[in-house]
Every structure is written in structure tokens, then in C-alpha cells.
Design a protein around this ligand. Structure first.
Ligand SMILES: [Zn+2]
Length: 97
């Protein structure tokens, strides 16, 4: 399955998450180049997701602003996440659970 998605970035800071423990909604610790936040109604939690131009990630977080075809990529640094801005790309899903 391939879908057009809008990608933004976030970090584990209180500005991005309202908390700073780095624990995702799935219970896993957020990791750079690994964790993405998704709308679980669109992308099942635990899915392996290849984002064209960015690499392959695991859907293991959710977020209040992450609805529909929107994906948030986890980054360790807040400024880096801000500088990422918005990317329109394609996602390919590989169900791994
Ligand atoms: Zn942040």
C-alpha cells in the first residue's frame, strides 16, 4: 500500500510533546531514524513505513495533531525538528505485527 503523506518532525521536548520523557504512546522509547507518529486509523501501530526520501521507520507513536495522512518523524533535537519543516512525500507500508 502506498499513500501520499505530509511529513513533519518533532522531538521529545515539552513544546513538541507536552512532556519530556521520550516515551511514545506505544510504550517504546522514541529513537531517531526509527520512530514516527501516525494516525493509527490510517497506519496501524507497529507498521514498518518507508518514507520516500527519508528512509524506513516504525509507527510507534501518536499525537493530537497527527490525523489522516500526516506523519511526524521523531528527531532528538528540537531545532532540527523545526528546520525539517514540511515534506510532501509517499509512504509505503509493510505490516510487521
Ligand atoms: Zn521539540
Amino acid at each position: 500500500m502506498s499513500l501520499n503523506v505530509t511529513v513533519t518532525a518533532y522531538c521529545a521536548c515539552p513544546i513538541c510533546c507536552g512532556k519530556s520523557d521520550g516515551i511514545t504512546s506505544s510504550g517504546a522509547l522514541a529513537k531517531e531514524k526509527h520512530t514516527i507518529a501516525v494516525d493509527p486509523n490510517v497506519i496501524p501501530m507497529g507498521s514498518q513505513v518507508h518514507l520516500e526520501g527519508l528512509g524506513t521507520f516504525i509507527a510507534e507513536d501518536t499525537g493530537g495533531a497527527i490525523k489522516g495522512n500526516r506523519i511526524d518523524v521523531y528527531m532528538e533535537d528540537h531545532n532540527q525538528a523545526l528546520q525539517f519543516g514540511i515534506l510532501e512525500t509517499k509512504a509505503r507500508l509493510f505490516k510487521i505485527i
